[in-house]
Design a protein around this ligand. Structure first.
Ligand code: BEZ
Length: 390
């Protein structure tokens, strides 16, 4: 680093200009590396590092140092780690967050510290709604953004009754609420909402029995990570595929653990902001590079990390370490993503993007892939009490 600075200084002296030292920006990564969402955290970091490989050169001589911290899936731990990164390590930017509960816990601290936070997963609607902050920019999704289209789709498909299941925490409740709002507005009825203890439920049997007893035509669920794998295996072993067809937020059958779920995933209908098979040049480049680097197909979590890294590079290049300028740049930056077109809504700092409804089918090579059934374009949350515009 010192060597590089001297070379730049000498060249500048010869050219009669003043040298500017190369900067090292610190990016604090708040992710779960343990607990029920550990695989998601590692996948987001994998995508983030690939994003830096592809785009960090836009910073010229300046470089980025990653400071990863394990939030587990615990709000209090997430807040402690956020404080450490900001107050002790003096990071320029925070990024990451997987759980909606952890995002809620760090919100006030981030807002008060005026440190930019680029959210790379956690979909808590309030973080870009009634508790929005100029400093919190979300490049992943909001919970409602994913499941509102699914509510509409189920009604369009002619379903009249649905029962819902989800873990009992912010994301589970918000996913069900948005699905129910859209489904019932279109004439459907959610017969029952069943919430399972988050991070604690191993046996979904009693809840599946309760769901079946409602007599609903279909089951809507949100589960992710380790809980998604357990749920799917038990749903299939209960023989419910034909009796209670499955509709879900697509984290349920994520590419990240689809092989672990196996054939149980077949036939389920999902909604998500990314499918692995999207036919665009950015996705081709991203998937090819990810598969070469990590030896597996990249999931939506990897795309979120990849886009977060690219957004951070662009905003650092534009702001040179000034946090207010970073926020201004991050709110107005866009680029072609593997997931398709997107932009940040200046009214909420939440992403606006396409939502894909797809079925898991067996591809020609035997791989379980997504067959897109419908695209809801430019899905945008209402401000929900957020007043950032202007
Ligand atoms: C959430 O808590 O917001 C969340 C966690 C995993 C996948 C999607 C959303």
């Amino acid at each position: 680093m010192r060597k590089r600075y001297l070379a730049v200084a000498t060249a500048a002296l010869l050219a009669g200009t003043t040298a500017v030292a190369a900067r090292e920006y610190k990016v604090g990564l708040l992710l779960p590396y343990s607990g029920v969402y550990a695989a998601l955290g590692k996948e987001i970091q994998a995508g983030f590092e690939l994003g830096l490989e592809h785009y960090a050169a836009e910073l010229g001589e300046d470089t980025i140092r990653l400071l990863p911290e394990d939030t587990e899936v615990k709000p209090a731990v997430g807040l402690t780690k956020a404080k450490k990164l900001v107050l002790q390590d003096k990071v320029d930017v925070l990024a990451g967050l997987v759980s909606s509960g952890v995002l809620a816990a760090v919100r006030d601290f981030v807002d008060g510290a005026k440190v930019p936070l680029v959210v790379a997963n956690a979909g808590n609607i309030h973080a870009t709604g009634k508790q929005c902050s100029r400093y919190i920019i979300r490049v992943s999704f909001s919970n409602a953004q994913i499941t509102r289209p699914m509510g509409r789709y189920m009604a369009e498909r002619g379903l009249k009754t649905v029962v819902a299941m989800a873990p009992d925490y912010a994301a589970g409740r918000q996913d069900v609420e948005a699905m129910r709002g859209a489904f019932e507005a279109a004439g459907g009825k959610v017969l029952k909402e069943i919430y399972t203890p988050f991070r604690k439920t191993k046996d979904f049997g009693p809840y599946l029995t309760e769901a079946q007893a409602t007599g609903a035509e279909a089951l809507f669920v949100f589960y992710a990570g380790g809980e998604a794998i357990s749920f799917m295996k038990q749903y299939a072993s209960f023989g419910l595929k034909d009796k209670l067809p499955l509709y879900a937020a697509g984290f349920l059958t994520s590419q990240l653990y689809r092989n672990a779920i196996g054939e149980a995933a077949l036939g389920s209908i999902n909604s998500l902001h990314y499918v692995t098979t999207l036919d665009n040049p950015e996705n081709a480049r991203f998937q090819q590079a990810f598969q070469q680097k990590y030896g597996r197909v990249a999931s939506e979590f990897a795309v979120q990390g990849y886009d977060a890294a690219r957004l951070i590079v662009a905003a650092l290049a534009a702001s040179k370490g000034d946090k207010e300028k970073f926020v201004d740049a991050a709110r107005t930056t866009t680029f072609a993503s593997p997931r398709g077109p997107w932009r940040i809504d200046p009214a909420t700092n939440n992403i606006v993007q396409n939502i894909y409804v797809y079925q898991i089918v067996q591809g020609p090579d035997g791989r379980l892939v997504e067959k897109v059934l419908k695209v809801y374009e430019n899905e945008q949350d209402p401000p929900n009490g957020c007043q950032l515009a202007g």
